[in-house]
Design a protein around this ligand. Structure first.
Ligand code: PMP
Length: 425
């Protein structure tokens, strides 16, 4: 029996579904999850010592590749100095200064331990600042698992959402309106009707949780103009896109200054660290300055901060994002060409170190378009690639991630593997 299967069966005896986060269980693609033994650069090894080229990179954080020597050294050094204090440190100020330097929209920033905490806190803050309850999110965007965000659209334009998870009282999603990504007209109509009661709009400024979906320029501009006009807080959830699509994040690419920004993944360099920040007048409503409560025993954890700070310094090397974007584009275009040659309907897109593969004719622009793609074919392709030693996201509706450790040779090896895989799917 494969050791992965053995571990999966054993894990299920002690852990729900054998995993600590659902997508790891391969529920959408079927088969046996790979248990990671170790990882280095662009690769990881599973419990059977099989090597994979890794295209999820911990779902985003591993932008430098796994176990980058400088990050590991910083973590080791920090750990020796103590693991957690519950009192402030200088390194927390340093990482806050680094974030402010890279993101002009962020005047004050607070550290937390997960993306879920960052978005949950940003929304509480937006509500506290505006004194309003209603929030807008978009279908297909994921912002972590806090109650008021686990919501699916109601039946009419102005009907608020219903829980998309068990255990969430309908009362908790009563204030969340779910709109369609890239639908400018619907957004305008909504703001015309109830704009003055909207506390905030939260979005993935480039969506990565419904595969990769880019916003139109018109959508981005409308979001900024309408929230400004109606006194609503615009929250760019850059947990995934932050320092992933470019040094200035998605807001830099869009030329937009959001009111609040949430960060996670890359900012923590693979350790549990996330952040939310933005306009000083809004951020000043947070305790201890204001009456919006937010706290954390492990917030600003010294080992996590060391990993994050070292990562933020590494990505500022001149040419880093040109190189990363070129590698990612090489992969996306190479896979698209391999599919075309094999007569498989598939297209691809990329931005910075993030890519999308879509088993349909055209790059989708909304959740409805993404979910119309050929999921069964993706699943066959996923397993064929796994056999070839390439680990893609185990779901047709997730984006993929390339690191700076993915050399052209590794990308080309992936494309060769895909040529063989396409011939089989
Ligand atoms: N926001 C976005 C855009 C995300 O992609 C994620 C995680 N995939 C989250 C929030 C939640 O972050 P975490 O898993 O660290 O709680």
């Amino acid at each position: 029996m494969s050791r992965n299967l053995e571990l999966f069966e054993r894990g299920k005896q002690s852990i729900p579904g054998g995993v600590n986060s659902p997508v790891r269980a391969f529920g959408s693609v079927g088969g046996t999850p790979r248990f990671v033994k170790k990882a280095l650069g662009a690769h990881f090894w599973d419990a059977d010592d099989k090597r994979y080229i890794d295209y999820i990179g911990s779902w985003g954080p591993a932008i430098l590749g796994h176990a980058h020597p400088e990050v590991i050294a910083a973590v080791q050094q920090a750990a020796v100095g103590g693991l957690s204090f519950g009192a402030p440190t200088e390194a927390e100020i340093e990482i806050a200064e680094e974030i402010r330097k890279l993101l002009p929209s962020v005047e004050l920033v607070r550290l937390v331990s997960s993306g879920t905490e960052a978005t949950m806190s940003a929304i509480r803050l937006a509500r506290g600042y505006t004194g309003r309850d209603a929030i807008i999110k978009f279908e297909g965007c994921y912002h972590g698992h806090s109650d008021s965000l686990l919501v699916k659209a109601g039946s009419g334009l102005l009907t608020f959402g219903n829980p998309s998870s068990g255990g969430v009282p309908a009362d908790f999603t009563r204030h969340t309106l779910v709109l369609e990504y890239n639908n400018v007209e619907q957004l305008e109509r909504t703001f015309a009707e109830i704009g003055n009661s909207i506390a905030c709009v939260i979005l993935e400024p480039i969506a990565g949780n419904m595969n990769l979906i880019k916003p139109s320029e018109a959508f981005v501009k409308a979001l900024r103009a309408l929230t400004e006009k109606h006194g609503s807080v615009l929250i760019y959830d850059e947990v995934m896109t932050g320092f992933r699509v470019g040094l200035g994040c998605a807001q830099g690419l869009h030329g937009i200054q959001p009111d609040l920004t949430t960060l996670g993944k890359v900012v923590g360099g693979g350790m549990p660290l996330a952040a939310f920040g933005g306009r000083a007048d809004i951020m000043s409503c947070i305790a201890p300055l204001g009456n919006v409560y937010q706290a954390g025993t492990l917030s600003g954890n010294p080992v996590a901060v060391a990993a994050g700070l070292t990562t933020l310094r590494q990505i500022q090397r001149p040419g880093f994002y040109d190189e990363l974007s070129a590698s990612t584009r090489r992969l996306a275009m190479g896979l698209e060409a391999a599919a075309r040659d094999a007569g498989v309907t598939m297209c691809a897109d990329s931005v910075g170190g993030m890519f999308g593969l879509y088993f349909c004719e055209q790059v989708p622009a909304s959740y409805a378009e993404v979910t119309a793609s050929d999921r069964e074919r993706f699943n066959r392709f996923f397993h064929a690639m796994l056999e070839e030693g390439v680990y893609l996201a185990p779901s047709a509706y997730e984006a993929g991630f390339v690191s700076i450790a993915h050399t052209d040779a590794i990308i080309d090896e992936t494309i060769d593997a895909a040529r063989r895989a396409f011939a089989r799917v």
